[in-house]
Ligand binder design. Structure first.
Ligand code: 8YV
Length: 320
């Protein structure tokens, strides 16, 4: 009897072919995101769940007594209730490594787009407002090269950002992390400093911490008040690592110069969110890893994780 797995997101053909060699594959084929109700119904007898962003808690685990593994198609796993999964003896896996460079690219896209006002001036030109007689200062931005970047969370993606900053943009690299990263200090002349010093000295602050109970609202009113008025805040981690209301106030009060945001407290972000009306805030819809090549690599890795766990070879990327 092949183990049964359920996928809540579309699976490329080659991945489905790989999975079908080892498992009986069932999947959600609806247009929209699967509802909680349907999900709990559909997974009653499955052994493995291939998913992304779905809350894995006691309620779901009670509903799936045969579940042995939940494989996230993401590196972040704040959707896992780890204690509940341990109690139900369910393995949790994620997809590290395969997205590091793609997320680092998007991070720099947000740095460049916010500093050089790309989104705003793209609209400016397309709205027919480009008038050569007008004072050039109207379109001035701020330099990225030779400035100072502050990386909060120097993991693999943080190091990929540091490499781009050092060797691509001749930037000074500061970082704050739970533990020192001697290699990054060696390779990118990255300077380890305490959080407040990083916040006070950086021109671009990049938040790259996972969302955990310790990092919820890690950046709030106090932290924004320490930043320079010329600073750009870049969030490519999770919306809830930032106190969004405090960020909105800091932007409205010009305590910081601008922001580049890939993630929001609520996703999709509400249409009336004040951030969406600020020309000095660049917003994108959680696209950190959103390239075909990288997403295909993520779902193949997640498939390998689920097969490995269900064929007794243990989990390649277990999160606990
Ligand atoms: C995912 C991400 O695409 O990997 C992560 O942690 O945030 C993205 O790569 C996203 O989680 C999909 O919901």
């Amino acid at each position: 009897m092949k183990p049964k797995i359920y996928a809540t997101l579309p699976i490329p053909t080659d991945v489905e072919k790989f999975l079908s060699e080892y498992c009986e594959v069932r999947k959600w084929i609806g247009e929209d995101r699967i509802s909680r109700e349907t999900l709990l119904q559909d997974i009653k007898d499955v052994n493995g769940l291939l998913t992304s962003g779905i809350r894995i808690d006691d309620d779901l685990l009670e509903n799936a007594p045969n579940l042995k593994v939940v494989s996230n198609v993401s590196v972040g796993f704040n959707n896992f209730n780890i204690e509940a999964m341990k109690q139900h003896n369910v393995i949790g896996t994620n997809t590290p490594y395969v997205l590091d460079e793609t997320v680092a690219d998007l991070t720099f896209a947000l740095i460049l787009a916010s500093a050089r006002r790309i989104a705003e001036l793209d609209r400016f030109v397309k709205d027919g407002n480009w008038n050569p007689t007008k004072d050039d200062q109207l379109v001035f931005g701020l330099d990225v090269h030779s400035s100072t970047i502050g990386i909060i969370g120097m993991g693999r993606i943080g190091e990929a950002v540091a490499r781009r900053a050092k060797f691509g943009f001749n930037m000074d690299v500061l970082y704050y992390n739970r533990n020192r990263k001697p290699e990054a200090e060696e390779k990118y002349e990255a300077e380890y400093c305490n959080l407040d010093s990083l916040l006070e000295r950086s021109d671009f602050i990049v938040l790259l911490t996972p969302l955990t109970p310790e990092t919820e609202h890690f950046i709030g009113e106090r932290e924004f008040a320490l930043m320079k008025k010329s600073t750009f805040f870049i969030n490519v981690s999770r919306g809830k690592t930032v106190d969004e209301a405090a960020m909105i106030r800091a932007l409205e009060n010009k305590e910081i110069y601008g922001a580049g945001l890939d993630v929001f407290q609520k996703e999709p972000v509400e249409k009336d969110n004040p951030l969406l009306k600020m020309p000095n805030v660049v917003t994108v819809p959680h696209i950190g890893s959103a390239t075909k090549k990288t997403r295909d690599a993520m779902i193949m890795r997640a498939a390998q994780n689920i097969v490995s766990a269900l064929t007794g070879k243990g989990a390649i990327d277990s999160v606990y």
